[in-house]
Ligand binder design. Structure first.
Ligand SMILES: CSC[C@H]1O[C@H](OP(=O)(O)O)[C@H](O)[C@@H]1O
Ligand SMILES: Nc1ncnc2[nH]cnc12
Length: 312
């Protein structure tokens, strides 16, 4: 049984970790709160756990928010993940930096199971059945998505991964991620098609998460860990047992990777990056295309909750 912790947290939390398959909690961090909250877009996948991470420079605790993407027991299928609620709840807590984890299939020989990859591009192969924007129902917004992941943040994350290279972490710096709908894995024809497009890895979770983080002015990076070769290679097609076995076997490396990233982001030189100063206010313009007289009350109210003062 887990120990009792507070149900609220005073003070802004800037950094969040979203855990994916096989990473439903971060047990080696000190839990100080577990927040059950709701948003105009519903309830997040799991309670938001607040963890204290000691700053490597002065030992002061840095609060980190943690959400388990598929729920506490992996009960949410990829298309059932309430991504809008997750991102909205994190932004409301003050989060401006998200480090998201994902188990991915490899589409290239050189990306071996248990290797890590910090992708720089994504191809959307979801089917439009997942809610994918905060701007709808009477308020329109268009945000740039040319670079789906935050490059400044990704640079820091990559540097941290490389410091662990001698300790068994293999990190690939770039790559194109296919985000498919699922929950069934790809056909062999699809897997080969994605390879012919030059894609490197595949998952079912990056979207709409990355799109919503962008709309919420949150710097978002995904750390992918390869767990299989999907089904293009001709032997040992992907299955859940294979994915989970690699996740379990490599969990220490994943934990070291998160710790290294949190250590680095705790440094004062990254304060502005972590607070996403480079994204602040971006949606004021991007979300102001609908003239005031054309805005619907419900949409304006929801967006007022997410961005107080932006669209007054
Ligand atoms: C269990 S294999 C398919 C499943 O694994 C990945 O999850 P996540 O990205 O949350 O780590 C993939 O996206 C699928 O949801
Ligand atoms: N082969 C695969 N396809 C989609 N998502 C995955 N997650 C892990 N392996 C995967």
């Amino acid at each position: 049984m887990s120990e009792e912790v507070a149900s609220t947290y005073d003070g802004a939390v800037r950094i969040a970790v979203i855990g994916g398959t096989g990473l439903q909690q971060l047990p080696h961090f000190t839990r100080v709160a577990s927040i059950e909250t709701t948003t105009p877009w519903g309830t997040p996948s799991s309670p938001i756990t607040i963890l204290h991470h000691p700053s490597p420079s002065n030992g002061e605790p840095i609060p980190i928010a943690f959400i388990s993407r598929h729920g506490l027991h992996h009960e949410l299928a990829p298309h059932e993940v309430p991504a809008r609620a997750n991102i909205a709840a994190l932004r409301k807590l003050g989060v401006r930096t998200i480090i998201a984890f994902s188990a991915v299939g490899s589409l290239q020989e050189e990306f071996k199971p248990r290797d890590f990859l910090v992708p720089d591009q994504v191809i959307d192969r979801t089917k439009g059945i997942r809610p994918f924007t905060f701007f709808e129902g009477g308020m329109v917004g268009h945000v740039g998505f040319a670079d789906p992941f935050d490059e400044s943040l990704a640079k820091v994350v990559r540097k941290c991964g490389h410091t662990l290279q001698g300790d068994g972490v293999v990190l690939h710096d770039r790559g194109t991620l296919i985000c498919m709908e699922g929950p069934q894995f790809s056909t062999r024809a699809e897997s080969n098609l994605y390879r012919s497009w030059g894609a490197h890895v595949i998952n079912m979770s990056a979207l709409p998460e990355a799109k919503l983080a962008k709309e919420a002015e949150i710097g978002y990076v995904m750390i992918c860990m390869a767990t299989d070769y999907d089904c293009w290679r001709g032997h040992e097609d992907v299955n859940v047992e294979m994915v989970m076995a690699h996740m379990r076997a490599n969990s220490t490396n994943a934990r070291h990777f998160v710790s290294a990233v949190l250590d680095e982001l705790s440094k004062s030189e990254h304060t502005d990056l972590v607070a996403a100063k480079h994204l602040e206010g971006m949606m004021k313009g991007a979300g102001s295309i609908t003239a005031k007289e054309g805005r619907k009350f419900d949409a304006a109210e929801k967006l007022g909750w997410l961005f107080p003062g932006y669209f007054d």
